[in-house]
Design a protein around this ligand. Sequence first.
Ligand SMILES: [Zn+2]
Ligand SMILES: [Zn+2]
Length: 350
Amino acid sequence: MKTRGYAVQTAKSLLEPYDFERRELRFNDVAIEILYSGVCHSDLHQARNDWGWSNYPLVPGHEIVGRVIDVAPQAKRYKVGDYVAVGCMVDSCMVCDQCRKGLEQLCREGNTQTYCGFDRITNEPTKGGYSKHIVVREDFVLRVPQGLDVSKVAPLLCAGITTYSPLRTWNIGPGSRVGVIGLGGLGHMAVKLASALGAVVAVVSRTADKASDAKALGADAFLLSTDSTAMEKAASNFDLIIDTVPVRHDLNPYLPLLDVDGTLVLVGQVGPLDEPSTVPLIVGRRRIAGSPIGGILETQELLDFCARKNVLPDCEMIRMDQINEAWERMERADVRYRFVIDMASLEIPA
Ligand SMILES: [Zn+2]
Ligand SMILES: [Zn+2]
């Protein structure tokens, strides 16, 4: 199937229109017309080869919402016309202990990333959601529940599940005390989801001007990390801190905020950090952890939860040809809180 997307050709180039082919349906595949594609900070990292495993031409995008346009004979879960979604992975081994537990994101063989990965059968590079169509194994396709505004669902597929999964892993519920560091795409979802789960939520930020936004998103409190008196007063106040900061930073100011057995979970920065002191870890029996996205079952649970609780990201809709400008603005954190590309704005020439 011929399709069109936007790709970068090298680690230094801008995104440009790019025509390519999607594979013929395999026995368990679904073909999707992409309607909306979320813009994730990792798209930018991958385009610039910040993590060292990018391949080119690179079509980014792993927050995908669309409509089923074709179904293989043996694919039974979806029918033409269904609203569906695809997140950060499109395949895994499906037989290892982690896959059997529904934790495909932790597949022992490594899951297949939606872009910058390699197809498990043909070994061809995978290409993501900044495109008009995608073909995906049905087991990695999610159902968009009725009642959710499809134009806003896309960011749930990465920003949403990346913050929902640790909330579930650490059993956050009514009365839990959750801190969120960084109020960007991930952070704003962490606030909304933790609140919807019944937790008491505080945003921890270096800039005071985020205080009103934090409250508007549902946070109960705002903690200015440069205010040492307030930080001292907040010591031992949290059961879980979700750290969404996407660049190298210093954890030491935040660790004392955790209560005994509390956990600071990293979901933003992939790579080195400034060296944390073990003193607050040892003395207070505190933990530092990391968490990737979530499994397929948990991602579906998230979508259903968001439909039930009416939780949706704050999105700014853009046209496909505005993407380079959007990346620049994302780098300056000038977006509240997630760009979503309206794929109708990208036409395939006849
Ligand atoms: Zn992402
Ligand atoms: Zn596996």
